[in-house]
Structure formats: C-alpha cells, structure tokens
Design a protein around this ligand. Structure first.
Ligand SMILES: Cc1ncc(COP(=O)(O)O)c(C=O)c1O
Length: 392
C-alpha cells in the first residue's frame, strides 16, 4: 500500500487515500464481502453541506470522530474547515493525536487515576486538547496532576440537558464551574450540552421544540458563565438530528455532529423540515456490501452479513434502492442475514451483491478494519478505521 493523493473528479482531490497498488479490485463488484464502503461522492456532498450550513450560521464545526473512527476522514473534515474533532474516549483522542490531528475535544468523562495520567502525557503532544468535565473529585484529581506537572489545560463544563447520561444539572453548573476555576490549572473555555435523547424524535416539529427547550437551559448557564470565560468562549452542542435547529440558537458556537458523514437507517427514518416522512438533509455514504450465499428457499435468500457485520440497533438495515418495498433485510444469526423478496422483484441469485444502509453507523463501523472508498462503480482506495476498538 502507498499513501498518495487521488483525484476523484476534476474539481477536487482527496489526500490520505491508500491506493490499491495491486489493482486487483478496481470495481465495487469485485470486493469480497461482507465489507464496508464509503461512497466518496456522497461523502463529499455531506461534508460540504454541513460546512456550508455552519458557515452560513456563523458557527464552527468540531465533528464527532466517534462515528467514523477514521483519522483520515477526520483530516478531511479539518481540511474542509472544521476547527478540530471530538473524541468520545481518551483512547480515541490518543489515536487522533498520534495521527497528527489537533483541536480535539474529549466529550466523555475522564475519571480514573490511570486515565488522568494518560491525559497529562497526551497534553505534551496535544496542547490544544479540551476535556469535558462533570465530577468534582475527577476535577480535583486532574487539577492536582496538572499542578504536579506544571501544566494547564482547557476544559468545558458538561451540562446535562435531559439525556441524564453525563453532565451537571443546569442549576448546579455555575457552582461547579467555580470549583473548576478554583483549581487554577484549568482554563474554563465554556460548556458542552448534548441532547442525545432528542436526536431521533420522528416528528421534526417535536424534535425542534424539544431541542430548543434543552438548549435554552444550557444557553442560560452559558450566559451566566460568560464573564468567567476567556475571549473565545465555547458552547459545543448538537447532533445530526437537530443540526439545523441548533444552528439557529444564537449562543451555540460550534456543532459536534457525528453521523451526518456516514448516515444510517435509524436517521433516514426520522422526519425533516422538508419532508415529515424522511430525513432529507444527508444521504447515506456508508454502505455494507453483502453477497447472496444460498437461494434454496421460496421468498427469501441468505446473505453473508449477520450480527457480526451489522450492529443491531435502531431501524432495520435497508437494501439500497428497495427502501420500504421489494427487498427487505432481516436478521438471520451471527453470520447471515435474510433478504426477502416480493412479487415485484425477481428472486436474487447466488453471487448477487447488495448494498445495505446500516442500522446504526457508529457501532457497525467499529466491526471493521477499513472503509473501501468508491466513486461510482469504481473502488479508488481505502481508509483504515484506525480508531476501531478505542473504547477506553
Ligand atoms: C456527546 C456526543 N456529541 C455528539 C454526538 C453526535 O451525534 P450524531 O451522531 O447524532 O450526530 C454524539 C453521538 O452519540 C455524542 O455522544
């Protein structure tokens, strides 16, 4: 494998693609399955669309790398104007730093002594690292470790706006921020507020009302904290399901959206501003390729992608081009899936390959080592999913 620049079309080139040197698999249909592919043409449209929306609203983008777990794709997001990327876990941040990326925000809590020691080591290589905090003891431990090492770092207070997973209740946020500031070795930059419980609400209007209500609570905290923050305060929020809604909130400064790059069946099933029946903002760039391996039954065939290749969460995987009719994927154990056909579709034959939109992109990506990159029917290279398994 060699790393090189690869022209995708006349108007753009994408770096960091590992080109197929042997050229044995230059067509999508030659790929061995099950495998994950990213349609670069669609990916670029998704990236550009989010960039334009954020730019128009005067907000920054710090997309969440937990979705794609791929430092090459994170680099592409930064090339396209993102100010950095988010990491869910410390080990993701370590891998992103090792790949040369900066502006990393760890959105999840770092609470143990061993992880705090790793944060201190990481800071030497990643001075722009930001960590979201929500626990007094962890803040004191981290503050003490920073003092011992003569270091300081940026932090955000994580605000719980209803997900109840992490974060400080809005009512306690100012007192907690004062505790953070009292540690002296922290630069309090602002807040993070993620409304994960709102992202997949089917009705656009309900989602909008709920998200605006949640963010209003965080915005009130942000306003109270403003005098305590530096010259470029951060209010990091949002997910793909509410990206357009949250861009309209004046106080938010950046979006930490993740799924929009890849997209999945769970997101495609929610309504959007333009169409209450489906999500129109972004198109699935991530596909799972699967082959028919047995066709001895009436009404369905067996394909080679089961639970070990498709994470079962949210909506059923969709057979591309047959969403809602004709062909339907269903679970068929660890190694296999079932594709049922109705009278409108000829029975698929052994060897036939289907493209599936995955149920839930993040945990499915974590099942594979690489994305095969395609443009039209051609395979133009691959990207390593180098953050795969970084769950610590
Ligand atoms: C803290 C946090 N921020 C942002 C995101 C991105 O959300 P989405 O993938 O819906 O865009 C997630 C996803 O789970 C998250 O956990």
């Amino acid at each position: 494998m060699l790393i090189s620049t690869c022209s995708i079309n006349e108007n753009r080139s994408i770096e960091h693609i590992e080109m197929n040197t042997k050229k044995t698999s230059s067509l999508k249909s030659d790929l061995d399955t099950p495998c994950l592919m990213l349609d670069l043409d669609i990916l670029e449209v998704n990236l550009q669309k989010m960039k334009d929306l954020a730019g128009k609203a005067g907000k920054s983008l710090r997309p969440h790398a937990k979705t794609h777990k791929c430092s090459a794709l994170a680099k592409r997001q930064i090339e396209m104007g993102a100010i950095g990327v988010c990491a869910a876990k410390l080990s993701e941040a370590e891998a992103l730093t090792a790949a040369g990326l900066g502006g990393i925000l760890i959105t999840g809590p770092v609470t143990t002594k061993s992880k705090i020691d790793r944060i201190v080591s990481l800071l030497a290589k990643a001075p722009s690292l930001i960590v979201a905090v929500d626990n007094p003891e962890a803040v004191e431990m981290l503050g003490a470790a920073l003092r011992e090492n003569g270091l300081s770092m940026d932090v955000l207070v994580d605000i719980d706006i209803g997900l109840k997973r992490t974060g400080v209740a809005p009512a306690n946020a100012v007192a907690f921020a004062d505790l953070v500031i009292s540690q002296r070795n922290f630069r309090l930059r602002g807040i993070q507020a993620y409304a994960g419980h709102v992202q997949h609400i089917k009705s656009y209007d309900d989602r909008k009302n709920k998200s605006l209500g949640c963010l209003a609570e965080a915005a009130a905290v942000f306003k109270k904290l403003r005098p305590k923050l530096g010259s470029s305060p951060i209010f990091s929020a949002s997910g793909t399901g509410t990206h357009d809604i949250d861009l309209a909130v004046p106080e938010t400064t950046e979006l930490q959206v993740g799924s929009y790059v890849c997209m999945d069946a769970e997101y495609m099933a929610i309504g959007s501003d333009a169409d209450e029946s489906r999500f129109t903002a972004f198109t699935p760039a991530l596909r799972l390729l699967t082959t028919v391996v047995s066709a001895n039954q009436k009404g369905f065939v067996t394909v080679d992608a089961g639970l070990k290749s498709l994470y079962r969460d949210g909506a059923l995987p969709q057979v591309l081009g047959h969403e809602g009719h004709g062909l339907r994927y269903d679970w068929f154990g660890d190694e296999y899936g079932k594709i049922s056909y109705d009278e409108t579709t000829p029975p698929p034959a052994v060897g036939e390959i289907f493209e599936l939109v995955t149920s839930h992109c993040d945990p499915t990506v974590n099942l594979f080592d690489r994305f095969h990159l395609t443009s039209g029917d051609e395979v133009v290279g691959s990207w390593a999913i180098d953050l795969r398994g970084c769950s610590q």
